[in-house]
Design a binder for this molecule. Structure first.
Ligand code: G6P
Length: 465
């Protein structure tokens, strides 16, 4: 078992990969959260005396480094004000909407920026303190885009990787940011900067060339001191076999049947599972389904739409507004198109464990993943991984990163309500043989490019830098 005091491999992410559990007797414990990132990095951490630096999710609580499930964890404390300005503010009300095509209006506040810098420095300090001489440090996502440069200044001996999990926007949008040069310079502190798609890497190097006037050749940036930084795409994925195994268990199979029964054994069970986020295209998706029922293309007794929305960032204003909007829209649609005992939309604002999600993926006939913009979207890949009989259809937004790999999905423009309706009807009415062909091809893609493939390609390239 490693001690968090000296590590050869350090992951730095806004969140630690654990959830707190409180037992009946009041004692507290930590449980590894079921995310793909930790699944992929666990073996690397074990093999390399690894440590994970991150926030544990609660305000105003200073915790000492600890070991949970054999993982060495280094908590970074955040006060309530810091959470409001660094996490809810600059990360999720400035960068998040700006990087997602400004589908919500990004807010620019100088105080948020100051706090964002301060907290990035705190993460960098913590990583610098825990990394052994010459260690590899992998910094994750938009919450920590300044940390690579800050860490390099403290520890030039380290090999530093950075991966952005969300889209990287084109210059026309990115240039709005008052602190655009600092963010680019922050990311350039890494030796390897990873993006979900080649388009993100292109946007980045183009901005670096234009705004920082650095020389770029074949996605390698030469820094003023001669150091080279590579920008490249590494599409993230899931633990495909893990999901497939889970979906094949008798418990999940039985639960899938139960879900269908509880929904009235509909002919067409359409499923959506998303974080409740304005980037996910929920309004358009619900309206499209509502119209199909309203105009009679689908019948309220035959078709059910099960939409799960995982609560998210509930203190950020745009997310509160979205929640109210969706509550109202679902109520209105069911009121207009439902019949006794058949509300066509079942809407659940909650989170479920992986087993329940797998049961829903197995139960569904059609999965709708229609974000307005999404870095990747792992729900689409999880659905595919769970369909071991090659049945089921995926309706997928062109603007999800996953569309680049899951080309055999029924691709739609999520802004086009008529297009969404047509896409869903195609997915419903296509022949079983056509659906099987599409699903088989998508499954091959997901199983050949799973989360291990993602992590090992990034880390192998980082080691070569
Ligand atoms: C996206 C981001 C992650 C983030 C997750 C959940 O996937 O890329 O960095 O952790 O959303 O959001 P939250 O704000 O709850 O961490």
């Amino acid at each position: 078992m490693t001690s968090p005091s000296g590590a050869d491999f350090v992951v730095v992410a806004n969140r630690l990969p654990v959830d707190r559990v409180i037992h009946d007797d009041g004692t507290e414990d930590w449980r590894t959260s079921p995310g793909g990132l930790v699944t992929a990095l666990e073996p690397v951490m074990r093999a390399n005396d690894g440590a994970w630096v991150g926030w544990h999710g609660a305000p105003d609580e200073k915790l000492e480094p600890f070991v949970s499930d054999d993982l060495a964890l280094v908590p970074v404390e955040l006060s309530a004000d810091e959470i409001a300005e660094y996490y809810e503010g600059f990360s999720n009300a400035t960068l998040w909407p700006l990087y997602h095509d400004v589908v919500a209006h990004p807010e620019f506040h100088r105080e948020w920026w100051e706090t964002y810098k301060m907290i990035n420095q705190r993460f960098a300090d913590r990583a610098a303190a825990v990394a052994n001489e010459g260690a590899t440090v992998w910094i994750q996502d938009y919450q920590l885009s300044l940390a690579p440069k800050m860490l390099r200044e403290l520890r030039p001996d380290l090999r530093i990787g950075y991966f952005l999990h969300i889209p990287f926007p084109p210059a026309e949008l990115f240039r709005q940011l008052p602190w655009r040069s600092e963010i680019l310079e922050g990311m350039l502190g890494a030796d390897l900067v990873g993006f979900q798609l080649p388009g993100g890497a292109n946007n980045f190097v183009e901005l670096v060339r234009r705004m920082l006037r650095l020389s770029v050749h074949r996605h390698v940036v030469t820094m003023p001191d001669g150091r080279e930084v590579r920008a490249q795409a590494y599409p993230i994925s899931i633990d495909a076999q893990g999901f497939a195994d889970l979906a094949a268990t008798p418990q999940v199979r039985a639960r899938a049947e139960e879900i269908r029964r509880d929904l009235g054994d509909p002919e067409h069970l359409v499923l959506g599972i998303d974080r409740l986020d304005y980037t996910k295209g929920l309004r358009q998706r619900l309206r499209a389904f509502g119209e199909l029922i309203g105009e009679g293309s689908l019948s309220a007794t035959d078709a059910v739409f099960l939409q799960v929305a995982n609560p998210s960032r509930e203190r950020v204003q745009e997310y509160r507004r979205l929640r109210d909007d969706i509550d109202m829209l679902v109520g209105r649609l069911n009121g207009n198109i439902g019949t006794i005992g058949h509300p066509p939309i079942t809407y659940l604002h909650t989170s479920y464990p992986r087993e329940e999600m797998a049961a829903m993926y197995v139960a569904a006939d059609v999965m709708m993943v229609t974000p307005l913009r999404d870095g990747m979207n792992l729900v689409a890949k999880e659905f595919v991984a769970c369909r071991d009989d090659n049945s089921g259809a995926l309706v997928l937004s062109e603007f999800a990163g996953a569309a680049r790999e899951l080309k055999q999905a029924y691709l739609v423009n999520p802004y086009d309500i008529n297009g969404l309706k047509a896409g869903l009807m195609r997915a419903i009415n296509d022949t079983p043989a056509a659906k099987t062909k599409r699903m088989r091809a998508m499954r091959k893609q997901v199983f050949d490019h799973d989360i291990d493939h993602w992590a090992s390609s990034f880390l192998a390239d980082l080691e070569r830098r």
